[in-house]
Design a protein around this ligand. Structure first.
Ligand SMILES: *Cc1c(COP(=O)(O)O)cnc(C)c1O
Length: 381
């Protein structure tokens, strides 16, 4: 054996595993000064300076008026429903992450599933009215994959029936419509800053609201209902973001634009390379600012040589861990499938999408060679 040849070169090449996402992390050394400040001040939580700074910085970056930070998106959803005193029934989508419906159940509210639009996979406004009953108090749509819902149509229905609208905007960080931030739509919108999301604070979330009074109520609710040392005005929860997460968020925000730019490049490359492959359909974007490239869903149609699960398995065999977001539908989980609205006949579009969808890896550190590796699996060579 020639000693000059590195051992690796003569071994069969083993591919590194590619996950559907990988968190974008600012350089560690840039985080040290923030930690030093926390250690010096000994302010660890309870809406300290970093918490306040991150709320202000996010309002500015996102173009929203009021934002309340939370320790995660699910607690933000639960608290948003509390803030508006939502009861009875809420119309929502089955095509989402399970926390959307769980947040209703934690408020003693009954989810009513309505089907999605085949082009956007967002709640179909044309199907909402038929699901409204005297018990309906609100609509909870999801901007799925960050693509804006038909916010105008949904607001019109809400106005006609005097319903609140709470957007699960967990995917919609930074997404804009022609009128500005999509997060300004509805009575409240909820973000998630979980590690898997476009903007992350390890764990985290936020409620976006329209007025100072609502923001104050939310701030009370996320801190046990305390108004001052001796006054408790509501049975609140502990949903506060810690100083360490808030500090990390401030640092992450300085790197968000470069992360979004790389995601956009990857999205464009996928679209170009997958465009000609029979049986593979990409979901179209709206306008450029209406996209944050958080996910790259494809639909595996009947004229593709493999089933969706066949392709999923082939990816796994090649150490590529794509994900079936969203499968199963929320309405298929045991705690929901007994509901009348969970019946598959009520949700044909969502049921079809759940069987066809596959989210491909997309994250700033994804290399072009890995991108090509992923596409070549789909191409079949
Ligand atoms: C991530 C996510 C949530 C939950 O957010 P966490 O911060 O993980 O609690 C809720 N809804 C949707 C649609 C999500 O993708």
């Amino acid at each position: 054996m020639n000693a000059a040849v590195p051992l690796r070169a003569i071994q069969p090449q083993t591919n590194e595993r590619i996950y559907v996402t990988q968190p974008h992390l600012a350089p560690l050394e840039e985080f040290i000064p923030y930690l030093q400040q926390i250690w010096d001040s000994k302010i660890l939580t309870n809406c300290g300076p970093f918490h306040q700074q991150l709320e202000a910085a996010l309002c500015k970056y996102l173009g929203v008026r009021h934002l309340a930070l939370f320790s995660n998106g699910t607690l933000a959803l639960v608290t948003a429903l509390q803030a508006l005193r939502i009861t009875g029934e809420v119309i929502t989508t089955p095509y989402s992450f399970v926390a959307t419906a769980h947040s209703l159940v934690w408020n003693g509210v009954k989810p009513v599933f309505v089907d999605v639009d085949p082009h956007t996979l967002n709640l179909d406004p044309a199907k909402i009215e038929a699901a409204i009953t005297p018990q309906t108090t609100a609509i909870m749509p999801v901007h799925c994959y960050g693509k804006p819902c038909d916010v105008e149509a949904i607001q019109k229905i809400a106005d006609n029936y005097n319903l609140k609208v709470i957007y699960d905007a967990a995917h919609a960080f930074g997404v804009q419509t022609d009128e500005g931030s999509v997060l300004e739509h509805g009575d409240l919108a909820v973000l998630s800053f979980h590690a898997t999301k476009v903007f992350n604070t390890f764990e985290g979330g936020a409620i976006i609201c329209r007025d100072a009074k609502t923001k104050q109520r939310i701030d009370h609710l996320k801190n046990f209902g305390f108004v001052d040392e001796v006054t408790v005005v509501a049975p609140g929860i502990n949903g506060k973001m810690s100083e360490i997460n808030a500090a990390f968020g401030l640092l992450q925000l300085q790197h968000i634009d470069e992360a979004l730019a790389r995601r956009k490049e990857i999205d464009a490359t996928y679209r170009e390379m997958l465009g000609g492959i029979r049986g593979i359909r990409c979901l179209p974007h709206g306008s450029e600012k209406a996209a944050n490239y958080a996910y790259f869903p494809i639909l595996v149609e009947a004229d593709y040589p493999l089933s969706r699960d066949g392709l999923y398995q082939k990816f796994r065999d090649n150490e590529i861990w794509a994900r079936r977001y969203f499968y199963p539908l929320i309405s298929e989980f045991p705690m929901y499938r007994g509901l009348p609205s969970a019946n598959q006949n009520n949700l044909p579009v969502a049921a079809d999408a759940a069987l066809k969808v596959l989210c491909l890896p997309i994250y700033p550190a994804l290399s072009n060679s890995d991108l090509h590796r992923i596409v070549s699996v789909i191409e079949g060579h």
